[in-house]
Design a protein around this ligand. Structure first.
Ligand code: CUA
Length: 276
């Protein structure tokens, strides 16, 4: 007894979808999750990875199958079968990608919203830059996702230039080449560029934000995992763009407080005053 081709196609399709779903859920290509955003972002990535696996295996599989199954046999000299148009098939292969693309678009929007990307940027002026009502042009606001809204975000001014990131803590007046943050507390980066467009990217935080001259941007996140992670400039900004890197050090609140106490010019001035 021969199994009809339609049944075989259906079974192959089901196997393909199940394989794609399994790969999306079980094959992890991403680095450690070190911010509250990371699990949210990875949800989307898993779905995209499933869709990508289904498309890749399906398309490459069909090409390989067709190469073997429909190859020219010995002695064949005639033209192939002339096939012109197949309306149901054309409707199907237009409708399926349209649904997939719409779904991915709406789902991405939802994830961006949950990460705080759609929260108005200029409502909560966390720390007005000295005397200026500067408008923040883009970025991610602190949101409820980042845990207890009662915990005030730690403000840090980020200045990007060819070819370095400089971090300044307005509360303690520390200037640093590395970003130190306490685990569990929201951080709000106010970012400015002095020359050209740069991009602040921490893969373990699943966050990337352009830093644009003349248009301050904001990037908020809550670090969730102590450790040292790379900060990478992700926008071609000149000949040494590839070397424009720094580190973010996520540490326990006590060691962060110790770092602040050790490096704060105000603190050391107070210590000196007390000592003298
Ligand atoms: Cu700065 Cu690339």
């Amino acid at each position: 007894m021969r199994i009809p081709a339609s049944i075989l196609t259906l079974l192959a399709g089901m196997a393909l979808v199940l394989t794609g779903l399994w790969v999306g859920q079980n094959v992890n290509l991403l680095p450690a999750q070190a911010s509250a955003n990371a699990p949210v972002y990875d949800e989307l990535f898993k779905v995209l990875f499933s869709i990508g696996t289904i498309l890749f295996v399906g398309i490459v599989g069909l090409i390989v199958y067709s190469l073997a199954r429909f190859r020219r046999r010995a002695g064949e000299t005639g033209d192939g079968l002339a096939i012109e148009g197949n309306l149901p098939l054309e409707i199907l292969w237009t409708a399926i990608p349209a649904v997939v693309v719409l779904f991915v678009g709406i789902y991405s929007y939802d994830i961006y919203d949950r990460m705080g990307g759609m929260t108005p940027l200029n409502d909560h002026s966390m720390h007005a830059m000295a005397g200026s009502e500067e408008r923040t042009w883009g970025g991610i606001s602190p949101v409820s996702l980042d845990g207890d809204p009662a915990i005030a975000p730690l403000p840090v001014d980020v200045t990007a230039m060819q070819f370095a990131f400089i971090f300044h803590y307005p509360d303690s007046d520390i200037t640093s080449g590395e970003l130190h943050v306490p685990v569990g507390q929201p951080v709000a980066l106010q970012m400015k560029a002095l020359d050209v467009i740069h991009a602040f990217w921490v893969p373990q935080f699943r966050l990337k934000q352009d830093v644009i001259p003349g248009q301050p941007t904001l990037l908020s996140f809550t670090p969730t995992r102590p450790g040292q992670y790379p900060i990478v400039c992700a926008e071609l900004c000149g000949p040494y763009h590839g070397g424009m890197r720094s580190s973010v050090i996520v540490e326990e609140p006590e060691s962060f407080a110790a770092w602040v106490a050790k490096n704060s010019p105000a603190a050391s001035a107070t210590t000196t005053a007390v000592q003298s």
